[in-house]
Design a protein. Structure first.
Length: 217
């Protein structure tokens, strides 16, 4: 039986608003606009009968998923799963995007121009991130055959999964765009873990409150 996955990128965070590379830092919550974005997404998803909600255990993603769960008619809790965390950015975490090219010109230069081959200074590589998120996604699929599952996560996990869904090597990740805050990305998985019907970055319900990552990330 096919499983429908609905990924939601977290709403605007305090670090997003300050143009900081957040990584796995849990020091930054959602802004007021981020909560409004997540609420709009949850309201939009009332049209779906969601059977389970998972999220990164980082609070900006977990809190976003809680907005979705509250709008469902059934009483849903959110299961925290660190497999859906953002990339561990090591020395980059908390730095502004203006600071990073000055402090780490070589490593951050790779991130900007060949992100699929990037390694955060003192942190995780994009290759490691993709393996981690793929394993978490496939575990959810295997646990929920025939169901619809919402997953609260982050921008880079969605971007590395787009490479998989589009049959692209990570060397082509630089051609894959970032998705907006609180946007929805959907994909259908079959029991054999094949996938189809991918819809990426849907956010029409965010009219007037949409936010994106800046150009220098």
């Amino acid at each position: 039986m096919a499983t429908k996955l609905i990924f939601i990128r977290h709403g605007e965070s305090e670090a997003n608003a300050e143009h900081r590379f957040t990584g796995q830092s849990n020091a930054f919550g959602l802004t007021a606009r981020g909560h409004a974005q997540a609420e709009a997404a949850g309201k939009y998803l009332r049209r779906e009968t969601i059977d389970a909600v998972y999220a990164s255990d980082l609070r900006r993603a977990y809190d976003t998923a809680c907005h979705v769960a509250r709008w469902q008619e059934r009483d849903l809790s959110v299961t925290a799963n660190p497999g859906f965390r953002e990339i561990f950015a090591g020395a980059w975490e908390g730095k502004t995007f203006d600071e990073l090219p000055l402090l780490y010109p070589e490593d951050f230069g790779v991130w900007m121009h060949d992100i699929g081959n990037a390694v955060c200074t003192g942190g995780e590589s994009v290759v490691q991130l993709q393996l981690r998120v793929k394993a978490a996604v496939e575990a959810v699929v295997c646990s929920h055959p025939g169901q619809t599952v919402c997953i609260g996560t982050h921008a880079t996990p969605i971007r590395v999964m787009q490479c998989i869904w589009n049959h692209l090597p990570l060397s082509e990740m630089k051609t894959v765009p970032w998705v907006p805050n609180a946007s929805l990305t959907e994909v259908i998985y079959e029991e054999d873990l094949s996938f189809h019907d991918v819809r990426v970055g849907y956010a029409d319900y965010l009219s007037g409150i949409m936010t994106n990552l800046p150009k220098n990330v």
